[in-house]
Design a protein around this ligand. Structure first.
Ligand code: UTP
Length: 300
């Protein structure tokens, strides 16, 4: 059994790519079919044994706290109607995990947001999930990442092959071969360098860092001395590049697990639409009629 129980989910970003929807509604609360994106992320964490959740929030993110809280008047109204199915759906998010919240203060970057988790996390390795990044539950990624961290120590990031013209949206990794980790499915590389959002022609590889991490607590001291980088923000990628060059005796070393399943950035409008269609097609009640309508619509 894994020892890692804590996961940090930064949700304090401004979500400017999805304006005007995100003017008053956090992007993590946008529904994917009938469930907010953030609930899928927490479901993924819980399935990987991560039941202590810390969200790093900001202004305008109150709806996320409400979603994971109990709503007595709603359950009372459903009870009066005898609607057990909807009661279960409403309670699911409340009972999923032990969810805590810390304010980021100012949105100074993903690295700064993760740094705010220091007190809650303490001296143990912990996971990080980006609250707008959906990973298809058919190919669980976090269990492989946790097993890799426990086997090799240091920190572990998730990598994915992307077309070269898209690498400027991500951190790009420099990697070396590594031995497979027993009991895991996805390939593992040793990461020797990382560059945040490089121009396509300057990217060291087309292996992009996606929104899942399992970090050694040494990351907190590194983040404290990480200067603002790309976009004037304190970048987690820059701290990971520092950790990649540090000795294991100081908590350094970074490995990358190369994910090859489906993944959606719900903060991006096209990816969001793809996530909604894909997950709706998988639902037994909505899938068949949606598939029929899509086929007719595309044929027109
Ligand atoms: P994004 O790059 O998606 O930025 O952040 P964003 O501000 O949320 O969205 P856009 O680009 O303006 O549309 C990646 C992750 O880091 C979190 C975000 O909430 C998201 O999960 N983040 C980013 C913070 O928590 N704090 C920050 O200061 C920046």
């Amino acid at each position: 059994m894994s020892q890692i129980r804590k996961v940090v989910i930064p949700v304090a970003g401004l979500g400017t790519r999805f304006l005007p929807a995100t003017k008053a509604v956090p992007k993590e609360m946008l529904p994917v079919v009938d469930t907010p994106a953030i609930q899928y992320v927490v479901e993924e964490a819980v399935a990987a044994g991560l039941t202590d959740v810390l969200m790093i929030t900001g202004r305008n993110k109150g709806a996320i706290e409400d979603h994971f809280d109990d709503v007595a008047e709603l359950t009372a109204a459903l009870e009066a109607k005898g609607d057990a199915d909807r009661i279960a759906r409403v309670r699911r998010s409340t009972e999923l995990a032990d969810v805590h919240f810390v304010r980021q203060g100012a949105p100074l970057g993903l690295g700064h947001a993760v740094g705010r988790a220091r007190e809650h996390v303490g001296g143990e390795a912990f996971a990080v999930q980006l609250g707008d990044d959906l990973i298809d539950s058919a190919n669980p990624l976090l269990p492989d990442m946790i097993a890799t961290q426990e086997h090799l120590g240091g920190s572990v990031i998730a990598l994915m092959e992307v077309p070269r013209e898209q690498i400027s949206l991500y951190g790009s990794a420099v990697v070396e071969p590594a031995d497979p980790v027993p009991g895991t499915t996805f390939p593992v590389h040793r990461v020797t360098g990382l560059v945040e959002k490089p121009a396509p022609e300057e990217a060291p590889s087309t292996l992009a860092a996606i929104g899942r991490y399992v970090l050694h607590p040494a990351v907190f001291d590194v983040l404290d001395r990480t200067a603002p980088g790309h976009g004037g923000e304190i970048q987690l990628t820059d701290a990971l590049a520092t950790l990649a060059g540090m000795p294991a005796s100081e908590g350094g070393g970074v490995h990358g697990v190369v994910f090859s399943g489906k993944r959606y950035d719900t903060g991006d409008r096209l990816d969001y639409l793809k996530a909604v269609v894909q997950l709706a097609l998988e639902r037994p009640d909505l899938g068949p009629p949606l598939r029929e309508w899509l086929a007719e619509h595309l044929a027109e």
